[in-house]
Design a protein around this ligand. Sequence first.
Ligand SMILES: C[S@@+](CC[C@H](N)C(=O)[O-])C[C@H]1O[C@@H](n2cnc3c(N)ncnc32)[C@H](O)[C@@H]1O
Length: 274
Amino acid sequence: MSFGWIKSEDYSFNSFLLLEEFQIRLALENRGWSKEKDEWSKNMGIALVANPVVAWYFKHRCPKCVHLVDKLMDKAPTAIDKEVREAESYILLSLEDFTIHTTPEKMAKSCDYIRGWDKERLFSLADFNGKVVLDIGAGSGRLTFAAASCASMVYAVEPVSTLREFIRNKIADKVISNVRVTDGFVESIPYPDNTFDIVMSGHVLGDDLEKELVEKERVCKVGGYMLNVPGDSEFHIGSFKALVDKGWEEIHYVGSYGKDVHIHRKMKTERSEE
Ligand SMILES: C[S@@+](CC[C@H](N)C(=O)[O-])C[C@H]1O[C@@H](n2cnc3c(N)ncnc32)[C@H](O)[C@@H]1O
Protein backbone atom coordinates (compact mmCIF):
# COMPACT_ATOMS: atom_id res chain seq x y z
CA MET A 1 0.00 0.00 0.00
CA SER A 2 1.33 3.45 -0.90
CA PHE A 3 0.79 6.33 1.53
CA GLY A 4 1.56 8.86 -1.21
CA TRP A 5 4.37 10.43 0.84
CA ILE A 6 7.03 10.38 -1.88
CA LYS A 7 7.47 10.77 -5.62
CA SER A 8 10.07 8.19 -6.63
CA GLU A 9 11.53 10.56 -9.26
CA ASP A 10 12.66 12.84 -6.41
CA TYR A 11 14.89 10.11 -4.97
CA SER A 12 18.11 8.50 -6.16
CA PHE A 13 18.61 4.84 -5.30
CA ASN A 14 21.69 6.16 -3.43
CA SER A 15 19.20 7.39 -0.79
CA PHE A 16 19.50 3.87 0.62
CA LEU A 17 23.11 4.67 1.57
CA LEU A 18 21.47 6.50 4.49
CA LEU A 19 19.55 3.48 5.82
CA GLU A 20 20.29 2.04 9.25
CA GLU A 21 21.26 -1.58 9.83
CA PHE A 22 17.80 -2.46 11.22
CA GLN A 23 16.04 -0.91 8.21
CA ILE A 24 18.18 -2.87 5.72
CA ARG A 25 17.53 -6.09 7.63
CA LEU A 26 13.77 -5.53 7.92
CA ALA A 27 13.43 -4.51 4.26
CA LEU A 28 15.33 -7.53 2.95
CA GLU A 29 13.92 -10.12 5.37
CA ASN A 30 10.34 -9.00 4.71
CA ARG A 31 10.90 -8.33 1.00
CA GLY A 32 9.45 -4.84 1.42
CA TRP A 33 6.31 -6.29 3.06
CA SER A 34 5.16 -6.72 -0.52
CA LYS A 35 2.29 -9.01 -1.47
CA GLU A 36 4.17 -9.69 -4.72
CA LYS A 37 7.30 -11.21 -3.16
CA ASP A 38 8.75 -12.49 -6.47
CA GLU A 39 8.20 -9.15 -8.21
CA TRP A 40 9.79 -7.30 -5.28
CA SER A 41 12.82 -9.64 -5.30
CA LYS A 42 13.24 -9.25 -9.07
CA ASN A 43 13.16 -5.44 -8.83
CA MET A 44 15.48 -5.29 -5.80
CA GLY A 45 17.88 -7.68 -7.59
CA ILE A 46 17.92 -5.50 -10.73
CA ALA A 47 18.41 -2.33 -8.67
CA LEU A 48 21.25 -3.82 -6.58
CA VAL A 49 23.11 -5.12 -9.65
CA ALA A 50 22.84 -1.64 -11.19
CA ASN A 51 23.93 0.01 -7.91
CA PRO A 52 26.94 -2.01 -6.65
CA VAL A 53 27.80 0.67 -4.08
CA VAL A 54 24.39 0.25 -2.44
CA ALA A 55 24.83 -3.55 -2.55
CA TRP A 56 28.27 -3.16 -0.89
CA TYR A 57 26.78 -0.85 1.74
CA PHE A 58 23.92 -3.25 2.56
CA LYS A 59 26.36 -6.16 2.97
CA HIS A 60 28.81 -4.21 5.16
CA ARG A 61 26.24 -2.30 7.21
CA CYS A 62 24.21 -5.47 7.78
CA PRO A 63 26.47 -8.57 7.64
CA LYS A 64 23.46 -10.76 8.48
CA CYS A 65 22.04 -9.76 5.08
CA VAL A 66 24.99 -10.84 2.91
CA HIS A 67 23.31 -14.04 1.75
CA LEU A 68 20.05 -12.18 0.99
CA VAL A 69 21.83 -9.54 -1.11
CA ASP A 70 23.88 -12.17 -2.95
CA LYS A 71 20.77 -14.24 -3.69
CA LEU A 72 18.81 -11.24 -5.01
CA MET A 73 21.72 -10.21 -7.25
CA ASP A 74 22.42 -13.76 -8.50
CA LYS A 75 18.78 -14.22 -9.54
CA ALA A 76 18.34 -10.76 -11.11
CA PRO A 77 17.50 -10.78 -14.83
CA THR A 78 19.55 -8.64 -17.20
CA ALA A 79 17.94 -5.21 -17.52
CA ILE A 80 18.25 -2.22 -19.85
CA ASP A 81 18.48 1.34 -18.45
CA LYS A 82 14.72 1.99 -18.56
CA GLU A 83 14.03 -1.25 -16.67
CA VAL A 84 16.66 -0.37 -14.09
CA ARG A 85 15.04 2.97 -13.32
CA GLU A 86 11.61 1.29 -13.14
CA ALA A 87 13.01 -1.28 -10.71
CA GLU A 88 14.63 1.46 -8.58
CA SER A 89 11.35 3.43 -8.47
CA TYR A 90 9.38 0.31 -7.52
CA ILE A 91 11.73 -0.35 -4.58
CA LEU A 92 11.92 3.28 -3.44
CA LEU A 93 8.11 3.36 -3.36
CA SER A 94 7.73 -0.06 -1.75
CA LEU A 95 9.96 1.16 1.11
CA GLU A 96 8.52 4.67 1.19
CA ASP A 97 8.46 4.90 4.98
CA PHE A 98 12.23 4.26 4.98
CA THR A 99 12.85 6.37 1.85
CA ILE A 100 11.13 9.38 3.43
CA HIS A 101 13.36 9.10 6.53
CA THR A 102 16.29 10.06 4.28
CA THR A 103 14.67 13.49 3.78
CA PRO A 104 13.27 14.51 7.19
CA GLU A 105 12.29 18.01 5.99
CA LYS A 106 10.06 16.43 3.32
CA MET A 107 8.76 13.94 5.90
CA ALA A 108 7.63 16.75 8.21
CA LYS A 109 5.93 18.54 5.28
CA SER A 110 4.41 15.63 3.32
CA CYS A 111 3.37 12.94 5.79
CA ASP A 112 -0.37 13.14 6.36
CA TYR A 113 -0.12 12.18 10.04
CA ILE A 114 2.23 15.10 10.72
CA ARG A 115 0.76 17.94 8.65
CA GLY A 116 -2.92 17.20 9.46
CA TRP A 117 -2.49 16.79 13.22
CA ASP A 118 -3.43 19.15 16.03
CA LYS A 119 -1.37 18.97 19.23
CA GLU A 120 -4.52 19.52 21.32
CA ARG A 121 -5.17 15.81 20.64
CA LEU A 122 -2.08 15.03 22.71
CA PHE A 123 -3.01 17.40 25.54
CA SER A 124 -6.48 15.83 25.74
CA LEU A 125 -4.82 12.63 27.01
CA ALA A 126 -2.72 13.90 29.93
CA ASP A 127 -1.52 17.01 31.74
CA PHE A 128 1.97 17.72 30.37
CA ASN A 129 2.69 20.80 32.50
CA GLY A 130 6.05 20.42 34.26
CA LYS A 131 6.25 16.71 33.41
CA VAL A 132 9.26 14.60 32.39
CA VAL A 133 8.27 12.94 29.12
CA LEU A 134 9.66 10.23 26.86
CA ASP A 135 8.82 10.11 23.13
CA ILE A 136 9.87 6.77 21.75
CA GLY A 137 10.36 6.50 17.98
CA ALA A 138 10.21 10.28 17.81
CA GLY A 139 10.61 10.59 14.03
CA SER A 140 10.73 14.24 13.00
CA GLY A 141 9.51 15.27 16.48
CA ARG A 142 5.74 15.72 16.01
CA LEU A 143 4.98 14.61 19.59
CA THR A 144 8.32 15.72 21.05
CA PHE A 145 7.96 19.39 20.14
CA ALA A 146 4.27 19.48 21.03
CA ALA A 147 5.07 18.13 24.52
CA ALA A 148 8.09 20.42 24.90
CA SER A 149 5.82 23.48 24.76
CA CYS A 150 4.73 22.73 28.34
CA ALA A 151 6.68 19.75 29.77
CA SER A 152 9.71 20.35 31.94
CA MET A 153 11.86 17.97 29.87
CA VAL A 154 11.25 15.75 26.84
CA TYR A 155 13.55 12.86 25.92
CA ALA A 156 13.25 11.83 22.28
CA VAL A 157 14.46 8.32 21.41
CA GLU A 158 14.86 7.60 17.71
CA PRO A 159 16.81 4.80 15.96
CA VAL A 160 17.28 6.63 12.63
CA SER A 161 20.25 9.01 12.60
CA THR A 162 18.89 11.38 9.90
CA LEU A 163 15.82 11.96 12.10
CA ARG A 164 17.86 12.46 15.28
CA GLU A 165 19.88 15.05 13.39
CA PHE A 166 16.69 16.78 12.17
CA ILE A 167 15.38 17.05 15.75
CA ARG A 168 18.77 18.32 17.01
CA ASN A 169 18.90 20.96 14.26
CA LYS A 170 15.40 22.12 15.15
CA ILE A 171 16.38 22.33 18.84
CA ALA A 172 19.35 24.52 17.86
CA ASP A 173 17.38 26.69 15.39
CA LYS A 174 14.50 27.35 17.77
CA VAL A 175 16.75 27.54 20.86
CA ILE A 176 14.79 24.88 22.71
CA SER A 177 16.38 23.94 26.04
CA ASN A 178 14.14 21.12 27.28
CA VAL A 179 14.56 18.41 24.60
CA ARG A 180 17.27 15.72 24.58
CA VAL A 181 17.73 13.20 21.75
CA THR A 182 19.15 9.66 21.91
CA ASP A 183 19.42 6.54 19.82
CA GLY A 184 17.34 3.53 20.88
CA PHE A 185 14.49 1.12 20.26
CA VAL A 186 11.13 0.67 21.94
CA GLU A 187 11.97 -2.99 22.60
CA SER A 188 14.93 -1.90 24.77
CA ILE A 189 14.41 1.67 25.95
CA PRO A 190 17.75 3.13 27.05
CA TYR A 191 16.52 4.52 30.40
CA PRO A 192 16.15 3.15 33.96
CA ASP A 193 12.91 1.91 35.51
CA ASN A 194 10.32 4.45 36.78
CA THR A 195 11.93 7.48 35.10
CA PHE A 196 9.13 9.29 33.24
CA ASP A 197 5.78 10.88 34.10
CA ILE A 198 4.59 10.28 30.51
CA VAL A 199 5.82 7.66 28.04
CA MET A 200 4.38 8.26 24.58
CA SER A 201 4.76 7.07 21.00
CA GLY A 202 2.96 7.42 17.68
CA HIS A 203 2.95 4.92 14.79
CA VAL A 204 5.58 2.80 16.54
CA LEU A 205 3.85 -0.03 18.44
CA GLY A 206 2.95 -3.36 16.96
CA ASP A 207 5.92 -5.36 15.67
CA ASP A 208 6.56 -7.04 19.03
CA LEU A 209 3.74 -5.62 21.15
CA GLU A 210 4.29 -7.68 24.35
CA LYS A 211 7.92 -6.62 24.63
CA GLU A 212 7.16 -3.01 23.65
CA LEU A 213 4.48 -2.61 26.33
CA VAL A 214 6.65 -4.17 29.03
CA GLU A 215 9.37 -1.64 28.16
CA LYS A 216 7.03 1.36 28.08
CA GLU A 217 5.61 0.35 31.46
CA ARG A 218 9.06 -0.30 32.94
CA VAL A 219 10.29 3.26 32.34
CA CYS A 220 7.00 4.91 33.38
CA LYS A 221 6.54 6.07 37.00
CA VAL A 222 3.60 4.72 39.04
CA GLY A 223 0.76 7.21 38.51
CA GLY A 224 2.24 8.24 35.16
CA TYR A 225 0.65 7.75 31.76
CA MET A 226 1.56 5.60 28.78
CA LEU A 227 0.17 6.98 25.53
CA ASN A 228 -0.24 5.79 21.94
CA VAL A 229 -0.89 8.84 19.76
CA PRO A 230 -0.98 8.34 15.99
CA GLY A 231 -1.64 11.48 13.97
CA ASP A 232 -4.62 12.17 11.70
CA SER A 233 -4.29 10.17 8.49
CA GLU A 234 -5.79 10.15 5.01
CA PHE A 235 -6.61 6.50 5.81
CA HIS A 236 -8.70 5.15 8.69
CA ILE A 237 -6.68 4.34 11.79
CA GLY A 238 -8.80 1.54 13.20
CA SER A 239 -9.30 0.25 16.72
CA PHE A 240 -6.16 -1.27 18.31
CA LYS A 241 -7.80 -4.30 19.91
CA ALA A 242 -4.59 -5.76 21.31
CA LEU A 243 -4.03 -2.56 23.35
CA VAL A 244 -7.64 -2.51 24.56
CA ASP A 245 -7.26 -6.15 25.63
CA LYS A 246 -4.28 -5.03 27.74
CA GLY A 247 -6.44 -2.50 29.60
CA TRP A 248 -5.61 0.62 27.57
CA GLU A 249 -8.38 3.19 27.19
CA GLU A 250 -9.22 3.82 23.53
CA ILE A 251 -10.49 7.23 22.39
CA HIS A 252 -12.00 7.66 18.93
CA TYR A 253 -12.30 10.86 16.92
CA VAL A 254 -12.79 11.82 13.29
CA GLY A 255 -9.58 13.46 12.12
CA SER A 256 -8.88 16.44 9.89
CA TYR A 257 -9.15 14.27 6.74
CA GLY A 258 -12.57 12.94 7.78
CA LYS A 259 -11.15 9.51 8.71
CA ASP A 260 -11.32 7.56 12.00
CA VAL A 261 -8.45 7.95 14.42
CA HIS A 262 -8.02 5.89 17.60
CA ILE A 263 -5.64 7.05 20.33
CA HIS A 264 -4.85 5.36 23.63
CA ARG A 265 -3.73 5.84 27.20
CA LYS A 266 -3.10 3.79 30.28
CA MET A 267 -2.10 4.89 33.75
CA LYS A 268 0.62 2.85 35.41
CA THR A 269 -0.63 1.61 38.77
CA GLU A 270 1.15 -0.29 41.56
CA ARG A 271 -0.75 -3.36 40.37
CA SER A 272 0.48 -3.06 36.77
CA GLU A 273 4.05 -3.08 38.18
CA GLU A 274 3.68 -6.60 39.68
C1 LIG B 1 5.86 6.51 11.18
S1 LIG B 1 7.20 7.20 12.05
C2 LIG B 1 6.36 8.10 13.36
C3 LIG B 1 7.22 9.19 13.94
C4 LIG B 1 6.62 9.90 15.15
N1 LIG B 1 6.43 9.00 16.27
C5 LIG B 1 5.31 10.54 14.80
O1 LIG B 1 4.28 9.92 15.10
O2 LIG B 1 5.30 11.62 14.23
C6 LIG B 1 7.81 5.78 12.94
C7 LIG B 1 9.08 6.09 13.71
O3 LIG B 1 9.44 5.00 14.52
C8 LIG B 1 10.82 4.76 14.40
N2 LIG B 1 11.04 3.34 14.70
C9 LIG B 1 11.01 2.29 13.85
N3 LIG B 1 11.23 1.14 14.52
C10 LIG B 1 11.40 1.49 15.82
C11 LIG B 1 11.66 0.76 17.01
N4 LIG B 1 11.79 -0.57 16.98
N5 LIG B 1 11.79 1.45 18.16
C12 LIG B 1 11.64 2.78 18.19
N6 LIG B 1 11.39 3.52 17.11
C13 LIG B 1 11.26 2.88 15.93
C14 LIG B 1 11.14 5.15 12.98
O4 LIG B 1 12.50 5.40 12.81
C15 LIG B 1 10.26 6.37 12.80
O5 LIG B 1 10.89 7.53 13.23
